[in-house]
Design a protein around this ligand. Structure first.
Ligand SMILES: NC(=O)c1ccc[n+]([C@@H]2O[C@H](COP(=O)([O-])OP(=O)(O)OC[C@H]3O[C@@H](n4cnc5c(N)ncnc54)[C@H](O)[C@@H]3O)[C@@H](O)[C@H]2O)c1
Length: 248
C-alpha cells in the first residue's frame, strides 16, 4: 500500500509525547506538513528541531480559545488544514467513590471537551479545504471497562459517539471522522500503571494482551492510514489497535 500525503496539512494534539509524537513523525515521513500542539513546551521545542515540515503551538485542549487559535495558526501557516488528529489525553486512576470532583472535571475537560473543541474548530477549516479527515483517540475503554478508570472510560466512550455524530453530520462536506481505539501502548501515560515485571517480560505482556504491548509507532501507522485516501470510504467507525485485548 502506498500512502502519500504530499501537500496535506495536519494538526496533531498531544504531539510532544507517545502516540502523538510518533504520529507527527509518521505523517511527516509520508510528506505531510504538521502543526504540532501540546501543553509541554520543552517537548514541542525538541520536536520543532526535527523537521522543517513541523510547526508547533502551545495549546491546552481543554481551553476552547486555545484550540480555536490553534486551527487559525495552522491555516495561516500552511494555507489549509486537511486533517485534525485529536490525540491529547489524560488518565488518572481511582475507584468511583475515591474520584474527586477535581479529577472528574480535569479528565472530562481534556478527554471529552478537548476532542469536541478539536472537532468544532477544525470542521470549518476542513470545509474550506474541500474535505478532510478527523482522527479522535478513543481507547479499548471506549467499549470495555476496567477497574478504577470509570471517568476515563466514560470520556472515551463519549469520544466514540461524538466521532460517529461528526461523521454523519459532515459526510456531505467530504469530512470523515474515525475513532482510533488503542489497547495497551508503551507510553509515559500507562508505564506507571504496569508493574516492572509486565514491562520487562514479553510473556507477561502476552497474557495481558495477546500480541503484547503496542509501540506508539504501531498506532501512528494506522493514524496515517486514516488520514490518507487509502481509507476514503471509512467514516464513523472505531478502529481498534489492541493486540487482541478485546478478543479475549
Ligand atoms: N497508552 C495507552 O495505553 C493508551 C491506550 C488507549 C488510548 N490512549 C490514548 O492515546 C492518547 C495519547 O496518549 P499516550 O499514550 O501517547 O500518552 P502520553 O502521556 O505519552 O501523551 C499524552 C500527551 O498529551 C499531552 N496533553 C495532556 N493534557 C493536555 C492538554 N490539556 N492539552 C494539550 N496536550 C495535553 C501531554 O503533554 C502528552 O504530551 C490519549 O488520548 C490516551 O488517552 C492511550
Amino acid at each position: 500500500m502506498s500512502i502519500r500525503l504530499q501537500g496535506k496539512t495536519a494538526i496533531v494534539t498531544g504531539a510532544a509525547s507517545g502516540q502523538g509524537l510518533a504520529t507527527v513523525r509518521a505523517l511527516v515521513s509520508h510528506g505531510a506538513q504538521v502543526m504540532a500542539a501540546d501543553i509541554d513546551d520543552d517537548g514541542l521545542s525538541r520536536l520543532q528541531e526535527e523537521s522543517a515540515a513541523v510547526a508547533t503551538q502551545t495549546c491546552d485542549v481543554s481551553n476552547s480559545a486555545d484550540v480555536e487559535a490553534l486551527v487559525e495558526a495552522a491555516e495561516a501557516r500552511f494555507g489549509a488544514v486537511h486533517a485534525m488528529l485529536n490525540c491529547a489525553g489524560y488518565l488518572r486512576a481511582a475507584s468511583v467513590v475515591d474520584t474527586t470532583e477535581e479529577m472528574l472535571n480535569r479528565i472530562v475537560d481534556i478527554n471529552l471537551k478537548g476532542v469536541f473543541y478539536g472537532c468544532k474548530y477544525a470542521i470549518p477549516a476542513l470545509q474550506r479545504a474541500g474535505g478532510g479527515s478527523i482522527v479522535n483517540w478513543g481507547s479499548i475503554n471506549s467499549t470495555v471497562a476496567e477497574p478504577d478508570i470509570s471517568v476515563y472510560s466514560a470520556t472515551k466512550g463519549a469520544v466514540l459517539m461524538l466521532t460517529k455524530s461528526v461523521a454523519i453530520e459532515y459526510a456531505k462536506d467530504n469530512i470523515r471522522a474515525n475513532c482510533l481505539c488503542p489497547g495497551g501502548v508503551k507510553t509515559p501515560m500507562v508505564e506507571k500503571f504496569f508493574d516492572d515485571e509486565l514491562l520487562a517480560s514479553e510473556e507477561a505482556q502476552r497474557q495481558y494482551q495477546p500480541l503484547g504491548l503496542i509501540s506508539p509507532e504501531e498506532v501512528a501507522s494506522v493514524a496515517v492510514f486514516l488520514v490518507s485516501e487509502d481509507s476514503r470510504k471509512m467514516t464513523g467507525t472505531s478502529v481498534v489497535v489492541d493486540g487482541g485485548y478485546t478478543a479475549l
